[in-house]
Design a protein around this ligand. Structure first.
Ligand code: COA
Ligand code: MG
Length: 290
């Protein structure tokens, strides 16, 4: 299932947890990492477990972002929440696919303990949060059947390289961060999983979010992280192909159907061949949901 909108919810906030279900996000990412202070972590683990146990997942997946595997917090996070059978685990700051594999093994053991079908819990790495991770993005292909997608982070990467900002003066991401973004997209395609765009921090600016989503979708991303409920409908809507795009895709498919086996045809004076047909068929196939 393609996840278009994935909303972070601080795991220690009863107010935000209470609001989360009504946001229409395809997945909630209950956070135990950066949005929660160390002294609130025990409270957050309890609230997240309670949330998982009391929420039906038919219309919305519930995931948990644990702390990085190289901290002593990650295993206690997992041990605390797995009884709630999360749909998946968001893995922050991995260096490469070995981290996914290690998490995969931890999950298998805990699923066994909790009586959950082994392999049920998916994994979404935030694959570009440390500088070294950019050199290993090719390793994710085939690393684990649990891999649901790849997403990228610009905030922690800035800290990792010592950048005081990740933006240029005009507000666009600077070179290092665009590189991380493109490599994440390529790595996801290479691994055959969803590419999920990073969050837009400017959550009171719907126009710029809309532009971010349109650009991300044109580039090949099929979902986006969110941090505020207001961002969710814009993301859900933005990742749906427009009626015009659907119509155009259908015309491409029809043109090939009428071409009686020709590999290349013309439509509106432009050459179209197999990659265009593949793209059109994919668009028609994913035109479901919201
Ligand atoms: N999930 C669920 N509910 C949220 C929410 C979220 N991420 N962010 C805000 N809300 C709720 C608020 O509690 C408020 O609820 P109410 O209508 O019952 O009062 C409503 O949505 C409107 O919120 P608003 O007042 O506009 O925002 P805020 O100032 O309370 O919060 C943030 C702003 C950025 C602190 C907040 O959106 C947030 O915590 N985002 C997630 C941060 C996070 O998880 N970061 C880690 C990933 S990078
Ligand atoms: Mg972070």
């Amino acid at each position: 299932m393609t996840l278009k909108s994935l909303l972070f919810v601080p795991g220690d906030s009863e107010k935000k947890l209470a609001k989360a279900e009504s946001t229409g996000a395809d997945a909630l990412l209950l956070d135990l990492e950066d949005a929660v202070s160390q002294d609130r972590l025990p409270v957050a683990r309890g609230l997240v477990l309670e949330y998982l146990k009391s929420h039906n997942r038919q219309h919305q997946q519930v995931w948990v972002r644990i702390n990085p595997l190289n901290t002593p917090l990650a295993l206690p996070d997992l041990v605390a929440v797995m009884a709630g059978q999360p749909d998946g685990i968001v893995l922050p700051k991995p260096l490469n696919a070995s981290d996914v594999l290690q998490l995969d093994h931890f999950l298998s053991a805990l699923e066994q303990r909790e009586g959950i079908k082994v392999g049920h819990t998916r994994i979404l790495p935030v694959a570009t949060e440390v500088a070294g991770a950019l050199f290993s993005l090719n390793t994710y292909a085939g690393c684990s059947a649990r891999l649901a997608g790849l997403t990228w982070g610009a905030e922690d990467l800035a800290t990792s390289v010592g950048a005081s900002t990740n933006k240029k003066d005009n507000g666009e991401f600077d070179d290092t961060f665009l590189l991380a973004r493109s490599l994440c997209l390529l790595a996801a395609a290479h691994a055959g999983v969803q590419a999920i765009d990073t969050l837009s921090v400017d959550f009171r600016n719907p126009e710029s979010l809309q532009a971010d989503v349109q650009r991300a979708r044109r580039q090949g991303f099929s979902g986006k992280l969110a941090i505020h409920p207001d961002q969710v409908p814009i993301i859900n809507q933005g990742f749906k192909p427009s009626a015009q795009e659907i119509q155009h895709a259908q015309r491409i498919v029809d043109a090939f159907a009428q071409a009686q086996g020709a590999g290349a045809v013309q439509l509106d004076g432009k050459m179209i061949d197999k990659p265009h047909l593949t793209h059109a068929l994919r668009m028609l196939a994913t035109n479901t949901g919201h």
